[in-house]
Design a protein around this ligand. Sequence first.
Ligand SMILES: [Ca+2]
Length: 304
Amino acid sequence: MIRARWGYQSIPWSFSTSVGLLIAILAAGPGFSADPPIEPGRVVLNSIGMSLTYCPPGTFLMGSPDADPDRKPEEQPQQTVEITQEFFLGTYEVTQGEWFSLMQTEPWKCQPGVREDPRASVTYVSWYDAQEFCQRLSQHEGKMYRLPTEAEWEYACRAGTTTRFSFGDDAAKLSEYGWWGSTAEQGTARHEPYTHRVGLKRPNPWGFFDMHGHQWEWCQDAYAAKMPGGRDPFTPGDHKSNRYIRGGGWCHVAVDCRSAYRPSDTPESKHIDLGFRVALGRDHAKISRTTRAGSTPVSLKSRP
Ligand SMILES: [Ca+2]
């Protein structure tokens, strides 16, 4: 029954089918109630060595409180959000090696701000490119991979915290957790202005790496004038709608790397510091090998 609800249909990617499937998933209500509980931070590895970390259902406050001096209007008022369905989210941003193993392309090739490395995160990919990657990965495994919703992203980034960053309110600690500020005096990317390997900084409380900084991360949601709340909020938009990008990037200042900061970009945009990570439902995460957070993913299919 669960399989049917989440079942992947092997059809060419299109905007309408992608959004339709996601709406169906989010509208399906709480799932997997018969499965035993899993603690946050549980990690699974998929068929291409991609590490995915577990997020339980839960409720959190999305956005910024009045107490944050760097809050933006679009981060307020705070909204209570309920995530009714557990899911897995990429432990890391999608890497160049993972991208090449599926897409056989190198969109970052010869671009500024890039150090070619299979373990470095992918950049110069549009929202449409990210959709195609998710579609191909879904076809490869027969499971429904997708981008996280904006609410899921912030839920995973906060990992139970209510502070400006998942490590607290003090931006001075950001350098321990992320690559940021290539033009800022104190930024960690100031003397290393390029894409790094994923996972070099400290993780958040649930074990996600590079949520603050490194690459901005595409989310599935379209821009909405008012921040949505409630149960599993999601704004589908249309094929030309701006899409939210979250987490800040290595070319940006520390306040842009806050958990609640939520700018958007045109879906065809490709940038020096814009990538993504993927989401997967729990039943489809029951794959060949499971392990604890902090383990090393299996080797990737190498480039020629
Ligand atoms: Ca990031």
